[in-house]
Structure formats: structure tokens, C-alpha cells
Design a protein around this ligand. Structure first.
Ligand code: C2E
Ligand code: MG
Ligand code: MG
Length: 565
């Protein structure tokens, strides 16, 4: 090369290398442009780059082979270079020339080697990025995974929101049986074909992914819901074209039609809706499709709110004991009261149904029950000290306490600590469902009886009451659930009235005090009197009252129970 040619050559060369190592701005067009330059500079006719993720792929010829430049006969291999990246990927580049092209001199060869190295490093980097993308957003079988779904949701949210779309999660029913019947390989074919059909239904308007196993998730415009559900409900999928065999595939589907007011903060918000919905669809016997609603979400949020604030609420004394009087139906006298919990938070009253069932999912309820017992004991002690009228107060104790072998001791401790005579406290327990619990409950009620602490069986008649529970356990009081109390005399001969009549008769014959809950009308009160139920509790007299109102009520200590008033 003469000096002039050499200068030009070096200038071109330097520009090319600069541009090839500028990874950020490197594009396919730029690559092709550089290859053309390279070809001109080094008199090449063809350049082929190959990329293999690993040696096995290379052996099997499973790689990407790109011919980025092809301008003439590839008769002579001018240079072939190969690199193996740190993670074992192979990049190879081969440069060709034609027979009648002037051969490269030594210096040109050195420069070409540098260019090819830069090219390989670019290709390697670029292809690895794609490979990483495939790995990150696909599972081992090549299905788009949850991360892919998440990325799609985020993109949708940025580009106009999710309103108008429906998200679903579905589980292929008994896919393990399908696998067993037709073999794993055919099972794979069926699953793939099923997936591809949903993907085609959704097309480019949404996304489908495999969550794992035989669980999938999708999102698509709501107008496609009907066709998607109809396919998921029952699809006939072929797996062996030679014998035209098909298998029926159906799915449990959890559906969330995304409403306008839905607040999307992260993809997890969608999963929180569709995952439990899919589980509900599986568990339900009312059909295979379950629609999630924001109400579910509110419930979930309520659960976490209750859990989060419980500890603090206990410390701050936000739980209060309300008292609902129990009344002697003949005399109208208040003979007792039930302590019922209310959570007063930020000036609002939260009803027990909103938090008790949540606390009952773990042992938090046990702490609350002891807290309530302590509150009741403190009030009783004060009434006694102030010379006020005091009656026996019953406190609800959850079934969760049955696992506590020291329950009786713990209760006795609270009574003694507050210096409350045992006769002022009654422990309400509910029926049990399992045999093991029944034994524990039996021992417990016997121990209470021996120690002189009153017990009552609460909500009798709800669920699967067994008569053994009143025959074999020495309760002091039976509290009949309001669902057993007839609404009026007109119901006198229906089955619940007959049950009510016999249960009250049985309790009184066995010497168990009998109280009916939920007495709301005078007519119902009459029904109690006509049967053998001595005590009533219900709105007819009072709702559960805050402490001050209850204390006022106790000043008179009775109600009128005559029809003429
Ligand atoms: P429960 O022990 O059966 O309490 C009676 C429930 O019936 C109370 O509801 C009471 O307000 C309601 N009630 C009373 N009279 C009437 C009436 O005439 N009509 C109607 N419709 N309802 C009436 P509340 O206070 O909402 O409590 C509900 C349940 O929450 C209680 O049922 C009890 O199972 C549970 N609970 C309340 N406080 C506690 C507690 O401190 N510990 C535990 N473990 N459970 C509690
Ligand atoms: Mg109760
Ligand atoms: Mg009850």
C-alpha cells in the first residue's frame, strides 16, 4: 500500500472499529454498513457470522447463521475466526473472497483480524442479550413465563391502562391423567397445542403465559372473553395426526374483568385477583369459572389491615366490651349479660364479624378473648366495689383455645388477679366438629364444672349439633341460636318450631338453663314462654350496649315483659 492508500485505509479502519465498539448506538443497519466497508477495504465477497448458545447446539447445528454480506462468489476463505464466551457460547465469523481478487498482504490481514474480532464481540454481545431475554421471559419448555406476563401488564398500564381488559388464570383439569393416558410426549403436544390456540385467540391484543405445571394466565380485551371461555370450557385437541387421535381438555378458570376503578400499582395486583379466583373455581361445585370482584380484594385488604393493626389496637385499648342483657322471660329481670367485642378505631365502630373470623385464622383470637375476659372482670370488680348491681357476664371463648392445656388455669388467673368471684363469670364455647376436639371440649367443660366456673354452649342448633354434646357434657347453660327460634306462632307446626319445642323441653328436663338468642319481637318472647325457655337475649330488649348505657340499664335492672305495654 502506498502512503496515501494506507492513510485512507487506516482512517476507514479506525472509524469502523469506533463504530463497532460503540455498543449503545449499534444497530443492525450500522452493522451492515460496517460490513460493506469491511468488504470494500479487504476485498471480500461474503461474510457469514454464526452464533451457538453452547457446544451441544453447535454440534447439532442449532444456532443462528447470518449472512450479513453477500456480493459475489465465495470461493476463497480469507479468514475464519472463532471465540468462545465466558458462558460457553460460540461466535464464529468467516470472510470469503473470489479467486480473482488480489490477496491480502500481511498488514491487511492483521487489520482484518482486528475487525473480525470486534465484529464477533458485537455479535456475541447482541445475541447473548437475546438469549438472556429468552431465558428470563420463558420457562424451560419455551413457554412465556410469569415475568413475561408481568412485563406485558406493566407495558399495558403505561400505554393506556387495563380497563376494558380481562385477566384470567386457568388450570387444565386433570392433566396428569391425560399424561398418564396418552403418555408424556403426547401430553406435551396437547398442552402446547392448547396454549397455541389460546395465544391465537388472544393474538396481538393480549398475552398468555404458563405460570407453572398446568397453570396458565392470560390477559386480553374483554370482548374476547366469551370465545376464550368457550374454548377453555371444552376443547378437543389432536396429538397424533397419523391416527387422528384427540383428547378432551377443559379448565378451571378464575376471571377478573378489570373495572374502571381498579388501581394498578404493580402486576401483583392482578395476580392477587386471578389466583384466588382460579383456586375458588377449582374448589367450587357450582361450575368451573369463578369471577373475582373488587369485593374479594376489599376482603383481602381487610384481612391484612386487621392483622397489621391488631397488636397496636390491643395496646391502645381500642377493643371495648359491649354488654347485652340476658332477661328472665317471666319477670323481665336482667339475670346476666354477654360481653361482646367492638373495635373502636378512629371514632368508627367495627363489628366483630369483620375481624373475629380473621383473628380466628390464627391464635390472635385467643389473646383477644383473654383481653375481653380481663375487661369484663375489671368492670365486674368495679361494679361490686361501687355497690352497683352486678350480674354474671358471659365471655366468648373461641374453639382455638382447645389446644391450650392450661386454659382453665389461665382463666382462673385472670379471675383471681381481678379478685372476681367465679360465679360472676361464664365461659361461652361453641360446638366442635372433630372427634379429637370433642374429647378435649368434654374434659374442659368437666374441669370448669369441678372448679365452679359456669360454661354455656353457644349457638346451639347451628351446624351439625349432636345431642351427645348436651347429654355428655355438664354445661350450665344452653344458648339456642336464633335460627332455631320461630318467627311467629304461624310457624307453630313447621319443623323448626317442633325442633325448638323439643330442644327446650330436653334442656329443662336435664337441668340445663336454657336461653334463646335473637329475640326480636314480643311474639317471639311469647313463644319462649310457651316453651320451656326461661331466658332471652335479643334486640327486643336491647342491642349490645356500650358500658355507660349498660350501667344505666342496670340501675333499673329489668324490662317489662307484659303484652299490654
Ligand atoms: P354470639 O356469641 O352468638 O353473639 C350474639 C350475637 O347476636 C351478637 O352479635 C349480638 O349482637 C347478636 N344479636 C343479639 N340479639 C340479636 C337480635 O335480636 N337479632 C339479631 N339479628 N342479632 C342479635 P355480635 O356482637 O355482632 O357478635 C357476633 C359474634 O361474634 C358473636 O356471636 C361471637 O361469636 C363473636 N364474638 C363477639 N365478641 C367476641 C369475643 O370477644 N370473642 C370471640 N371469640 N367471639 C366474639
Ligand atoms: Mg356468644
Ligand atoms: Mg350465640
Amino acid at each position: 500500500m502506498n502512503t496515501y492508500k494506507r492513510d485512507l485505509f487506516l482512517k476507514e479502519f479506525a472509524e469502523m472499529i469506533d463504530s463497532m465498539v460503540d455498543y449503545e448506538h449499534f444497530s443492525r443497519e450500522r452493522l451492515v454498513d460496517n460490513l460493506c466497508r469491511m468488504a470494500r477495504l479487504f476485498r471480500l465477497t461474503k461474510v457469514i457470522t454464526e452464533f451457538y448458545k453452547n457446544i451441544t447446539d453447535e454440534k447439532d447445528g442449532k444456532g443462528e447463521v447470518l449472512c450479513d454480506f453477500d456480493e459475489g462468489p465465495a470461493e476463497v476463505v480469507v479468514m475464519k475466526k472463532e471465540i468462545i464466551t465466558k458462558i460457553g457460547a460460540i461466535v464464529r465469523v468467516t470472510a470469503y473472497s473470489s479467486k480473482d481478487m488480489e490477496e491480502l498482504d500481511e498488514e491487511e490481514e492483521r487489520y482484518l483480524a482486528i475487525v473480525l474480532r470486534s465484529l464477533m464481540s458485537y455479535v456475541g454481545r447482541n445475541r447473548l442479550q437475546t438469549a438472556v431475554e429468552v431465558l428470563a421471559y420463558h420457562d424451560g419448555n419455551g413457554y412465556p413465563n410469569f415475568a413475561y406476563y408481568f412485563r406485558h401488564l406493566e407495558k399495558m398500564n403505561r400505554q393506556g391502562g387495563l380497563y376494558g381488559y380481562t385477566a384470567i388464570m386457568y388450570n387444565l383439569k386433570q392433566f396428569s391423567l391425560i399424561n398418564r393416558d396418552i403418555g408424556l410426549e403426547h401430553g406435551d403436544v396437547v398442552m402446547r397445542a392448547h396454549f397455541e390456540t389460546v395465544k391465537a385467540l388472544v393474538a396481538d391484543k393480549g398475552a398468555v403465559c404458563r405460570v407453572g405445571g398446568d397453570n396458565f394466565a392470560a390477559i386480553f380485551p374483554t370482548e374476547l372473553l366469551e370465545s376464550v371461555i368457550s374454548f377453555l370450557d371444552n376443547a378437543s385437541i389432536g396429538y397424533d395426526p397419523q391416527i387422528s387421535s384427540t383428547v378432551e381438555v377443559s379448565a378451571y378458570v378464575g376471571v377478573f374483568v378489570i373495572p374502571k376503578e381498579f388501581r394498578f400499582e404493580r402486576p401483583g395486583n392482578i395476580v392477587e385477583m386471578i389466583m384466588p379466583a382460579c383456586q375458588a373455581a377449582k374448589a367450587s361445585d357450582k361450575g368451573d369459572v369463578y369471577y373475582a370482584s373488587l369485593k374479594n380484594l376489599e376482603m383481602k385488604e381487610n384481612v391484612s389491615r386487621v392483622r397489621r393493626h391488631f397488636e397496636e389496637a390491643l395496646e391502645k385499648g381500642e377493643f371495648k366490651a359491649y354488654y347485652q342483657p340476658k332477661v328472665d322471660v317471666e319477670t323481665g329481670k336482667i339475670i346476666g349479660a354477654e360481653a361482646l367485642c367492638r373495635w373502636i378505631r378512629d371514632g368508627k365502630t367495627i363489628q366483630p364479624m369483620e375481624f373475629i373470623p380473621i383473628l380466628e385464622r390464627n391464635t390472635d383470637i385467643c389473646r383477644l378473648d383473654f383481653y375481653m375476659l380481663d375487661l369484663a372482670c375489671k368492670d365486674i370488680r368495679r361494679w361490686l366495689d361501687e355497690g352497683k348491681k352486678a350480674v354474671r357476664v358471659s365471655v366468648n371463648f373461641s374453639r382455638k383455645h382447645l389446644v391450650n392445656p392450661k386454659l382453665l388455669d389461665d382463666i382462673v388467673n385472670v379471675l383471681q388477679r381481678n379478685n372476681v368471684p367465679y360465679e360472676y363469670i361464664e365461659i361461652e364455647l361453641t360446638e366442635t366438629t372433630s372427634e379429637g376436639d370433642y374429647q378435649k371440649l368434654k374434659n374442659l367443660v368437666e374441669d370448669f364444672r369441678e372448679n365452679g366456673i359456669h360454661t354455656s354452649i353457644d349457638d346451639f342448633g347451628v351446624g351439625y349439633s349432636s345431642l351427645n354434646i348436651i347429654r355428655e357434657l355438664p354445661w350450665n347453660v344452653m344458648k339456642i341460636d336464633r335460627s332455631l327460634l320461630p318467627m311467629s306462632h304461624a310457624e307453630k307446626y313447621n319443623s323448626s318450631a317442633v325442633v325448638y319445642k323439643h330442644i327446650t323441653a330436653m334442656a329443662s328436663e336435664m337441668g340445663i338453663e336454657c336461653l334463646t338468642e335473637g329475640v326480636e319481637t314480643l311474639e317471639q318472647l311469647e313463644i319462649l314462654k310457651e316453651n320451656s325457655c326461661m331466658y332471652a337475649q335479643g334486640y327486643y330488649f336491647d342491642k349490645p350496649l356500650p358500658l355507660d348505657e349498660y350501667e344505666k340499664r342496670m340501675e333499673s335492672g329489668s324490662y317489662s315483659v307484659k303484652d299490654d305495654e
